[in-house]
Ligand binder design. Structure first.
Ligand code: ATP
Length: 268
């Protein structure tokens, strides 16, 4: 798909077919399908518990689906182990970063390179992307700020040279200015040929960077489309599960939807 036209010109790089995932008795995802084309920034939005992390973790091989398939470049990887998926080109920045706090910045990056594919990214290139990092490469990551830790987590994923980078809630727990700085690195990451599938509760942030959005609610898809084609009211309705018949007087205006970091605080 070309980001500018929305036209599909090739097979998807990543495809999810009719995916259902359970955590014990709980059905966390139900018949989810999506197609991510090379060069896209595909954003999954949704409130707490919508199933966003479950989706990313299933793509990375950390959950086994009850039904459905995960395909990378047309190959079914549903039964492939997580480390083999990493070698095949699926990389993830997990929610909460999951760095080794007692290891240095550089040691964490070296961990990321364990299953590295050949490609443009290496530790030196990560230091170029995040200007502060080289000078502090010997510092333990537990001593870094949240934003700095998030940058190391991104760097750790990049040095594996993934084809598809899964980003789980980059903005979680970070001040808006820090979130903005982290997202400012996205064009440089995309310029090296990566495709991004990200999960965000911060709707305005997701819409700023996405070429395609998909909204989940209680494990089901409630909206899919190109950001330019969806109205704030449609996104709000999909996010909260409001029916189309909701009276206009109660529907929040554009200002309300886009100004907050997440509308989920109004969900209850
Ligand atoms: P959040 O933004 O809060 O992380 P999410 O959209 O990423 O939400 P998930 O974390 O995927 O949602 O959770 C979907 C549902 O599955 C929730 O009801 C959650 O409590 C449940 N869940 C997630 N992981 C597990 C697990 N390992 N065991 C049991 N239930 C789980």
């Amino acid at each position: 798909m070309t980001a500018a036209t929305g036209e599909q010109t090739s097979a998807p790089l990543l495809e999810i077919r009719d995916l259902t995932v359970h955590h014990g008795q709980l059905r966390a995802l139900e018949h989810i399908s999506l197609r991510v084309f090379s060069g896209e920034v595909y954003a999954i939005i949704g409130a707490n518990g919508a199933g966003k992390s479950t989706l990313l973790r299933t793509i990375a091989g950390l959950h086994t689906p009850t039904e459905g398939a995960v395909l990378l470049d047309g190959k079914d990887v549903t039964k492939v182990r997580p480390e083999k998926r990493a070698i095949a080109g699926i990389g993830m920045v997990p929610e909460g970063r999951r760095l080794f706090g007692s290891l240095s910045v550089e040691e964490n990056l070296q961990v990321g390179a364990t299953y590295a594919r050949k490609g443009p990214w290496n530790i030196g290139r990560v230091y170029e992307l995040f200007g502060w990092m080289r000078d502090r490469r010997s510092q333990k990551t537990s001593q870094l700020s949240g934003g700095e830790q998030q940058s190391v987590a991104i760097g750790r994923a990049l040095v594996a040279n993934p084809r598809v980078l899964l980003l789980d809630e980059l903005s979680l727990g970070l001040a808006p200015v820090i979130v903005q700085r982290i997202y400012e690195t996205l064009p440089q990451i995309l310029a090296t040929g990566l495709t991004v599938l990200l999960v965000e509760q911060d709707v305005s942030q997701a819409l700023r960077v996405a070429t395609h959005i998909q909204c989940l609610l209680e494990g089901r898809t409630t909206l899919q489309g190109i950001p330019a084609d969806v109205t704030p009211e449609q996104v709000e309705a999909a996010y909260f599960g409001l029916g189309p018949a909701a009276p206009p007087a109660e529907a929040p205006g554009e200002e309300q939807l886009w100004s907050g970091s997440t509308p989920s605080s109004r969900a209850s």
